[in-house]
Design a protein around this ligand. Structure first.
Ligand SMILES: Cc1cc2nc3c(=O)[nH]c(=O)nc-3n(C[C@H](O)[C@H](O)[C@H](O)COP(=O)(O)OP(=O)(O)OC[C@H]3O[C@@H](n4cnc5c(N)ncnc54)[C@H](O)[C@@H]3O)c2cc1C
Length: 226
């Protein structure tokens, strides 16, 4: 199936025009596209490419399941191939979206019976933003590890009582130190499902800490970015 855009260009349905780019920091930005032409479950990711470029990368979906626009949150990786190109996109540019992919998401069986603790490093917060927006009333807690307080991307989207920002390089967060240090000190109720997303070092360390607190693999879900 093809779509005809206003400028008369016919393109495949996988193509979307960028409707907005919002910079949250010098490196991180939200790309907004029109409402997706596919349905997805919060927590899933897409594969994204830029028209005319042969490479693609995966990005978690940042927006909620039923929103009028479709968003991803990206951090530019210095020296990276793709993310600097995304940062240079302009409103109206064409991107190609494939997906949705993945099984990372809310444990539906435990949705009402358990607390859901979302543990993220950096842009690993993205799927949790989508899950929380898509599930009003969810019993959740977010633990977000970043270097500087400014990287607590759109932290006002979360209930301040349920959100802890751990900052390792300044003391402006809720906890001064790595999120793994926070996890060592934290107490969690027995009926908790943990969701870990971000870089593999954080995920492996966090899993060990949770294991030490008596939580088995069946109560931990993982999405590794790199
Ligand atoms: C399932 C999945 C979902 C993802 N979702 C997101 C997302 O929502 N937002 C997002 O910004 N990225 C996300 N990523 C990472 C993304 O796919 C790219 O790897 C990232 O944008 C870097 O691409 P690049 O071409 O610029 O760097 P490349 O040229 O591919 O790689 C350069 C180096 O950067 C490292 N790297 C990759 N990501 C990061 C990072 N965030 N910080 C520091 N170093 C990194 C790589 O390991 C590599 O060594 C996701 C990855 C996966 C597998």
């Amino acid at each position: 199936m093809t779509f005809k855009f206003d400028k008369g260009i016919s393109v495949d349905t996988n193509y979307y025009r960028v409707s907005d780019i919002k910079y949250l920091t010098a490196e991180a930005f939200i790309i907004t596209l029109p409402k997706s032409r596919f349905s997805f479950k919060a927590g899933q990711h897409i594969s994204l490419s830029i028209k005319g470029d042969y490479q693609s990368r995966e990005y978690s979906i940042y927006s909620g399941e039923n929103e009028e626009t479709f968003q991803i949150l990206v951090k530019e990786v210095e020296g990276g191939y793709f993310s600097p190109k995304l940062k240079n996109l302009k409103e109206g540019d064409l991107v190609e979206v494939h997906g949705p992919f993945g099984r990372f998401g809310l444990d539906e069986k435990a949705k009402d019976s358990h607390k859901h603790v979302f543990i993220a490093s950096g842009t690993g917060i993205s799927p949790f933003h989508s899950i929380i927006k898509s599930n009003p009333g969810l019993n959740y807690e977010v633990i977000h590890g970043v270097r500087y307080q400014i990287e607590g991307y759109e932290h006002k989207s979360y209930d301040p009582e349920k959100y802890t920002l751990c900052t390792s390089r300044d003391s402006k967060g809720n906890f001064n130190g790595r999120l793994t240090e926070y996890l060592k000190l934290a107490d969690f109720e027995k009926n908790t499902i943990f969701y870990l997303c971000g870089n593999s070092n954080m995920i492996f360390d966090a899993m060990e800490i949770l294991k030490g607190k008596g939580f088995g693999r069946e109560s931990i879900k993982v999405e590794v970015y790199f």
